[in-house]
Design a protein around this ligand. Sequence first.
Ligand SMILES: C=C(O[C@@H]1C=C(C(=O)O)C=C[C@H]1O)C(=O)O
Length: 385
Amino acid sequence: MAQDLTEIRQQITQIDRSLLKLLSERHRLAFDVVRSKEITQKPLRDEEREQILLQELVNFAESQNYQLEPQYITQIFQRIIEDSVVTQQVYLQKKLNQQREQNIHIAFLGKRGSYSHLAARNYATRYQEQLVELSCSSFEQIFDKVKSGEADVGVVPLENTTSGSINDVYDLLQHTDLSLVGELAYPIKHCVLVNQQQDLGQIDTLYSHPQVIQQCSQFIRSLDRVHIEYCESSSHAMELVASLNKPNIAALGNEDGGHLYGLRVLKTDIANQPNNITRFIVLAKEPLSVSPQIASKTLLLMTTRQQAGALVDALYVFKKHQINMTKLESRPIYGTPWEEMFYLEIEANIHHPNTQQVLQELKEYSTFLKVLGCYPSEIIKPTKA
Ligand SMILES: C=C(O[C@@H]1C=C(C(=O)O)C=C[C@H]1O)C(=O)O
């Protein structure tokens, strides 16, 4: 006779609790590890150890006949390792930058429930800090709030895996005195949110932010003649749809935000690209010190001479010093037609002598060069088994 479902579920709950206890024990060991590395000055990340560990776990599971897919084991442990690496990074960074306040004031775009709000919360929980939320109506306002000291940090989106670079933010970076102090990747999961029990056929008007509309263009095209109402942010859209309370309208936003406004999810996963991730950057008034034990990135602003091969000459400096470039972006310079400002993100710590040498050499090929900031690489690339 089959076992009673309630009993089986009780067993599952017990096992899950045991798993949680073990995860917590492993999490705590990350602090012992980082304290040991503080003394030995070893880099926090050791991809060789990670690879050996993953392979051993897969082999062990097979030898024990655990009936678990190698890919499943790898995925779970990649996530566990990521937690360990980030925990160690945060520990070192907090020690190095002790001026960080406990009650962190964070400025972000949109109201409660916006992606920027959720990303800002994510950043604050990483550093286990109390969050005072400062909702802003434009990117410019976020920059201003950080500049005036009203906000300790501002969280702004820089690029998205579907719609690409966020030009307005790049343009603001061109003229700012603020420093980049962090980055974080936040998965964007758009859905259709409604007030009542309606179905998709009844919807003739969609409310959302232009970026969201762009990222869901294929889904929107698949609908019959819908009208688009552009909003300041997806949270404005959700709030509006909730207050209008009409059967023919819907907001495109995220599930958590929707719950906040009492909306119901009508359809999930509507983005053109399933892997829809936004990379946010964190801005502060003062630059951050990044421990040499942590993998870090630096964002540079640069203009080159108006001559053939000028950019190639500049880029060659990175190749010569074996510095990996993670992003190259260009934007027009206002008031100077046809000249471009280049944004270069490199895997390097600004304090490292090699990076300082690179900056020296770059001066020869550039007409303007500015360091926008150096920050821990918080997007941990998982090691393959
Ligand atoms: C825990 C360590 O730090 C990092 C995290 C690892 C893990 O979680 O297993 C493994 C190697 C390092 O990248 C370690 O060095 O052992």
